[in-house]
Design a protein around this ligand. Structure first.
Ligand SMILES: Nc1nc2c(c(=O)[nH]1)N[C@H]1C(S)=C(S)[C@@H](COP(=O)(O)OP(=O)(O)OC[C@H]3O[C@@H](n4cnc5c(N)ncnc54)[C@H](O)[C@@H]3O)O[C@H]1N2
Ligand code: MOO
Length: 409
């Protein structure tokens, strides 16, 4: 067990942990409307063609394209109306040569027709006859059977995290119950003699528990089920007892604070004693978040996040969220990023990655990232930011005007 920090890079820390992550085998079948952000436990294939029948994409007339070839304003094609396509039902007539049927957007093409002329390019001459002033090609303004997906097509692979459009896609093919990986249960234990519940009155020297709230919310975002285990005092015996009890029945444990090197920072020893192989990392070459502890206790990842609220959030994003996604077998584990132009210089030290909160603003058509500087204890530096800019390990800073990558919250 390392006594003091032996910092490793983010990549090294992730690799050490990654080697120990065993995806959860628990799964459940849940209603589609509850499946947002859940990870598929198996691949899904389409049981049907979508659409199941050829559909018009416009309001107009279903025709045989050949009957419109050469049509123009000066030499229109004359077609006889043979019916109107009802919505929600199959038309009971056929379009034969020289005929057209009134059809609405989304309606089913009658047999015999192969295209649709937009109503704008027609004129009603009398109740039974229209003239067409523009030709259409076969298939024009039509969605053929199976254009969206065909029966048997792979809809989503196992490990795909379901987004709103995916739920719509599953509804479209009639899949209303989905097999997903169980939510990892995440025990959260705050610590510190000065930390009191957020609803309590503060005495001088005390601070309200911020981290339990941010960590629980981050857990939920990463697909986990947070279990709040309270606030442990700076007493190794009690911290040990509370950590063991928190880990019971949990898939992952997050401890807040006590990760640094002062005499009251027992967290690393408590974590080391929770199970094998124990502490894998104590100290990462990042700022803020350097004292982060990463461990595994009997196949369950355990994290000791730095007590400073900003550090805890940043370390969570780098290590805990990807681990939670990996536990669910997710294919994508990292958050989306956007490119923006930095508005102020950011200083950094080579040999560590710096993460600086930024506010995003669109000005003159370009996305601009304005740093929100502040100490890592100040939660509002993040509350008033939209994302984080990363200063790579080998740079001594970034300059105003640089195009930077912003990790979005
Ligand atoms: N001599 C050194 N001192 C410190 C170092 C160092 O390398 N040498 N590292 C600093 C860094 S960086 C950080 S980050 C912190 C890490 O501290 P700990 O993880 O040991 O946590 P604490 O000391 O208990 O708390 C730090 C800070 O955060 C506040 N805190 C803790 N829990 C909560 C909570 N649940 N909600 C709100 N605020 C919380 C706590 O009151 C402290 O202010 O160590 C530096 N020191
Ligand atoms: O790295 Mo500490 O995590 O600066 O605040």
């Amino acid at each position: 067990m390392p006594d003091l920090f032996q910092v490793v890079t983010v990549a090294e820390a992730r690799a050490r942990l990654g080697a120990h992550i065993v995806p959860l085998s628990r799964r459940e079948v849940i209603p589609l409307h509850e499946a947002l952000d859940r990870v598929l436990a198996e691949e899904l294939r389409s049981p049907v063609d979508l659409p199941a029948f050829p559909r018009s994409t416009v309001d107009g007339f279903a025709v045989r394209a050949v009957d419109t070839y050469g049509a123009s304003e000066s030499l229109p094609a004359y077609l006889t109306l043979c019916g109107e396509v009802p919505m929600g039902r199959a038309p009971e007539f056929t379009v034969t040569s020289g005929e057209a049927a009134l059809i609405h957007t989304g309606g089913m093409l009658p047999s015999g027709s192969d295209s649709v002329v937009m109503v704008e390019y027609t004129q009603r001459l009398d109740p039974t006859m229209i003239e067409v002033v523009r030709p259409v090609a076969i298939g024009e303004n039509v969605i053929p059977v199976g254009e969206d997906v065909s029966r048997g097509d792979l809809l989503f692979p196992r490990g795909h995290r379901l987004r709103p459009q995916d739920l719509g896609g599953l509804a479209g093919v009639g899949i209303v119950r989905v097999p997903v990986v169980a939510r990892p249960r995440v025990a959260i234990l705050a610590s510190g003699d000065e930390i009191i519940p957020a609803d309590a009155d503060v005495a001088p020297g005390q601070v309200r528990d911020i981290n339990s709230y941010t960590i629980a919310a981050l857990v939920r975002r990463a697909g986990g089920e947070p279990v709040l285990c309270g606030i442990a005092p700076d007493d190794p015996t009690i911290l040990d007892r509370m950590a063991r009890s928190a880990l019971e029945g949990a898939d992952l444990l997050v401890l807040s604070a006590g990760s640094s090197v002062s005499a009251r920072d027992y967290t690393v020893r408590v974590i080391e004693a929770l199970g094998a192989p124990g502490v894998l990392v104590h100290g990462v070459a990042i700022h803020p978040g350097k004292p982060t502890i990463i461990a595994v206790a009997d196949e369950r990842p355990v994290f000791g996040l730095p007590g400073n609220p900003v550090s805890a959030i940043i370390a969570f994003g780098l290590f805990v969220a990807p681990a939670l996604r990996r536990l669910q077998g997710a294919l994508e584990v990292d958050p989306p990023t956007v490119q923006a132009v930095l508005t102020l210089n950011i200083a950094s030290k080579p040999g560590r990655e710096d993460f600086v909160p930024v506010r995003l603003e669109r000005r003159d058509g370009a996305l601009r990232a304005e740093p929100v500087f502040g100490k890592s204890n100040l939660i509002y530096t993040l509350a008033h930011a939209d994302g984080l800019v990363r200063v790579p390990l080998d740079l001594s800073g970034l300059y105003a005007g640089d195009t930077v990558e912003v990790v979005l919250f």
